[in-house]
Design a protein around this ligand. Structure first.
Ligand code: CTP
Length: 426
């Protein structure tokens, strides 16, 4: 796992901690009361939020509110808990720095590198993405000093959100109104998601159990060699996360999923580690007995090798005998292990000169006997790993009912919702 000196994750998927740390700066604008909503939303999503108000911010909303709403201790000055070196650690350990509302005064301090409280000190230390939501009267916002300071902040890498044109503190209105707290929180979440973080939110329990296979099987040739495929298991893990967030109980049968990918599983998912197609079959057969939804997202080798118990030596030629593995999806779909069970398959297709990848997917849907088949296009490298994807969801009769594009996490959320709808209506 690649970490930078501060222990923050330095690449998507390589996260040192499941809950991203958000440093939420609040300055002395009336919109501070709205920032409470943004902090709450980020916390509900699953972020570990530390609020750092300025002294003026506390005139608007008190320390007790910030501590209660964030669940973390609130400090304002650098000499509080000096033994913890808070003026460095607070900013350095953050995965995202948000300031909302940001007054003209604090913006000026950030722009010129002044550091006279914990928030402005942290701004000089933080190397994470920084998002700033200004809020002030129109005259202050349009003053050349503020305009120049904002230019400097943008140059220093701050991302600006708002301000909007609208009603200000009094009866007046104009440019300078802070963006709505939901908009600020949603943008913050988007930034965290591009870093590889996922919502830790778990919905109301549905009482349903979903069993999902993911990853790619290894078929032994001898004790040191095996036949594998390119599947990383990311899609299956994202499906498991999305199903958990939808409130389902989730059991994930993972074939050879790397530790890095496995670490992105939300806590609460029951993980069963397997290696070969036979292992997947054994575990899926066992777990399907109590499942309401069964998803075969794993890339299963259609063949296994009549493997050698000892290492095959060079110089004696190589003559491998292949035996066919069972079609697990077909078996689970045609011999349902539980009443009213929904069975879903995946198909990674390339298409050729006679048929498109989608036509092959539709044919496969009809052949497999599953309720739904999720079809995606793969190429030499397309479709594998931490990349965006496009899928079509096809019914057992071959009818396309949905298409989704985006990150695997976004697509997984869509697939889970279509399964939820389809399987309830079926
Ligand atoms: N599958 C399975 N058992 C197998 C092979 C595949 O359960 N032995 C499942 C996969 O998990 C997936 C679906 O079947 O949900 C389609 O997998 P794919 O490899 O595309 O299908 P195959 O039947 O092997 O068809 P092809 O001839 O295209 O390889």
């Amino acid at each position: 796992m690649a970490l930078n000196a501060t222990g923050r994750a330095s690449q998507p998927g390589g996260l040192s901690h499941a809950k991203p740390r958000v440093l939420f700066g609040v300055t002395g604008g009336i919109a501070a009361y709205k920032a409470v909503t943004a902090v709450r939303r980020l916390r509900q999503w699953g972020a570990d939020v530390t609020v750092v108000p300025t002294r003026s911010a506390l005139q608007m909303v008190g320390k007790t509110t910030w501590e209660a709403i964030s669940g973390n201790q609130v400090r304002v000055e650098v000499w509080e808990d000096a033994a913890d070196v808070v003026h460095v650690n607070t900013g350095a350990s953050a995965d995202l720095f948000v300031v909302a509302p940001a007054t003209a005064n604090t913006i000026a301090k950030f722009a010129h590198g002044l550091a006279d409280n914990l928030l402005t000190n942290s701004a000089l230390v933080a190397t994470c993405p920084r998002l700033i939501a200004p809020a002030m009267h129109t005259q202050m916002w349009e003053h050349p000093a503020t305009v120049a300071n904002i230019e400097l902040l943008t140059k220093h890498g701050w991302e600006l959100i708002g301000p909007e044109v609208g009603q200000l503190t009094g009866a007046d209105s104009g440019a300078g109104r802070m963006s709505e707290p939901e908009v600020i929180a949603d943008r913050a979440i988007e930034i965290l998601e591009t870093q590889g973080y996922r919502s830790q939110y778990v919905g109301e329990p549905t009482g349903k159990t979903w069993v999902i296979s993911a990853g790619g099987t290894h078929e032994a040739i001898d004790p040191v060699r095996y036949i594998a495929n390119h599947s990383t298991g990311i899609m299956g893990v994202e499906l498991a996360n999305a199903a958990l967030r939808a409130g389902h109980r989730v059991k994930l049968v993972g074939a050879n999923i790397s530790e890095q990918v496995r670490d992105t599983c939300l806590s609460g998912i029951e993980f069963v580690n397997v290696v070969s197609a036979s292992d997947v079959y054994e575990q899926m057969d066992r777990l399907a007995a109590s499942a309401d939804v069964v998803i075969m997202a794993a890339a299963i080798s259609d063949f296994r090798v009549a493997s050698s118990a000892t290492k095959i030596k060079r110089g004696r030629g190589l003559d491998l005998t292949f035996e066919e593995n069972p079609d697990i999806l077909h078996d689970l779909a045609t011999n349902r292990r539980k009443n009213a069970q929904c069975v879903v398959g995946f198909a990674a297709e390339t298409g050729d000169e006679t048929h498109t990848y989608l036509e092959y997917g539709q044919q496969k849907a009809q052949r497999k006997g599953a309720d739904l088949l999720v079809v995606n296009q793969v190429g030499n490298s397309a479709g594998f790993g931490d990349v965006d994807t496009t899928v079509s969801v096809v019914t057992g009769a071959g009818e396309i009912i949905k298409e989704y594009s985006g990150t695997k996490s976004q697509v997984a959320t869509g697939i889970v919702s279509v399964i939820d709808q389809w399987c309830t209506n079926a």
